[in-house]
Design a protein around this ligand. Structure first.
Ligand code: GLV
Ligand code: MN
Ligand code: MN
Length: 404
């Protein structure tokens, strides 16, 4: 990544390149309020203070860095620093580093903002620790209730209430933060593109048009725990075999509905022993489609197929919704204005969720995407070239200059 610094920009990506590296999975594992995330937060505070910004953490653990007096009608930009398990270097950090660089460039030209401006770093965008994506923005806007959030549990059995308290927050104060939200006049998030849209269009930068509806469901497949040697094949109710059939059913259901996407990316086998037929399996389903109705219909079809699939092994399945995000259509006037201001860059839909999508229900919100030449994301192979990242910073700087 050192080519980036040659442009005097994006040095931040180099500075955090070793933080949260995951030797086991590859890439980065940076989960909210754990060591790497705390280190990244400290790095951000130091970087923001170097620009003379005033840093504060809100009651949901989102970090704000203010250029000028915090106030209403602020232009806010930013993204997140957490990652999926074994994620890439750009998903989240590119938006934060680009925001720091865009403000640094404005300052370097002697520009004085005529309205408040802030960089906002959201907590737990990926939902990798507590299961709910865009946790910080959902809490702020009230899309996720405080009681439900406090009770969320991480894989080690630590509740969100405990984890947030250890990070210095007061769990009693988690939840809707009108005061914070009311300060935002407009939010713009720069993000690495996570698909092939900009490769196919041959453009380095785009504005976002929409986000697919998406949700997460926990599937618990229950069978009969038993002895691997003493149990005849005909006598088994093996939930791992049933879960394997369920995964195929998920794939078949989504493949039969063009444009929809469904994934099982995580499983927990209970109890998990080589000579043990498992008693249950938890599997997490991520399902997405263009509209809320289509996503619900996809889920209905998946549920029917999964019920049938697990029954073939004498097992049962319970499906619980863990989170839901309706389709987002970014403000078309703002989208078109930004596209025109950037010389007519294309508008691109995305299948990935973002805090800007959550905020869009409450405040005018927009996104910029920077081309990812691998077309791969949520993987160490996610990438953006130095040249394209620089174009992203310049685009963000241009927008901030016109808005401020
Ligand atoms: C986050 O990147 C998501 O789309 O789940
Ligand atoms: Mn992501
Ligand atoms: Mn992201």
């Amino acid at each position: 990544m050192s080519g980036l610094t040659a442009h005097g920009m994006l040095a931040g990506l180099d500075e955090i390149a070793e933080t949260g590296r995951d030797a086991h999975r590859g890439g980065y594992s940076r989960h909210v309020w754990q060591a790497a995330d705390l280190e990244l937060r400290a790095w951000f505070v130091e970087r923001a203070q170097r620009l003379g910004l005033d840093v504060e953490t809100d009651r949901n653990g989102n970090v704000w860095a203010w250029w000028g007096t915090p106030g209403p009608d602020a232009v806010v930009t930013g993204s997140h620093l957490d990652s999926v398990p074994g994620g890439g270097a750009y998903d989240g950090p590119l938006g934060v580093v680009s925001a720091l660089d865009a403000i640094a460039r404005l300052q370097a030209t002697g520009f004085t903002p005529s309205r408040p401006c802030a960089i906002l770093v959201f907590a737990e965008e990926e939902g990798s620790r507590f299961g709910i994506a865009c946790l910080g923005s959902r809490l702020m806007t009230g899309a996720l209730g405080a009681d439900r959030a406090r009770a969320l549990v991480d894989p080690d059995g630590v509740t969100l209430a405990e984890a947030s308290a250890r990070a210095g927050l007061d769990p009693a104060h988690l939840g809707t933060d009108r005061e914070a939200l009311d300060r935002i006049g407009l939010f713009v998030e720069l993000h690495v593109e996570q698909g092939r849209g900009l490769i196919d269009l041959g453009h380095p930068v785009a504005v976002a048009s929409s986000i697919l509806a998406h949700g997460r469901w926990r599937l618990t497949v229950t069978g009969q725990g038993n002895h691997a040697g003493a149990t005849l094949m005909a006598d088994r109710r093996d939930p791992i075999v049933a879960a394997a059939r369920a995964v195929l059913a998920v794939q078949d259901a989504a493949s039969a509905r063009p444009g929809t996407r469904a994934t099982v990316g995580r499983m927990n086998i209970v109890p998990g022993g080589t000579n043990v037929i498992a008693s249950s399996v938890q599997a997490w389903l991520d399902a997405r489609a263009e509209t809320d109705e289509e996503t619900r219909a996809l889920l209905g079809e998946i549920t029917t197929r999964v019920d049938e699939a697990v029954a073939e092994n004498g097992c049962s399945v319970a499906v619980v919704e863990e989170s839901w995000a309706g389709a987002v259509h970014f403000d078309p006037a703002l989208r078109d204005r930004f596209s025109a201001a950037l010389g007519g860059v294309p508008a691109l839909p995305t299948g990935a969720g973002h805090d800007a999508g959550v905020l869009a229900a409450s405040v005018p919100s927009a996104m910029l995407f920077v081309r990812n030449p691998t077309g791969i994301s949520h993987s160490p192979e996610e990438f953006a070239s130095a040249e394209d990242c620089v174009q992203g910073v310049e685009a963000l700087e241009k927008l901030l200059r016109s808005l401020l």
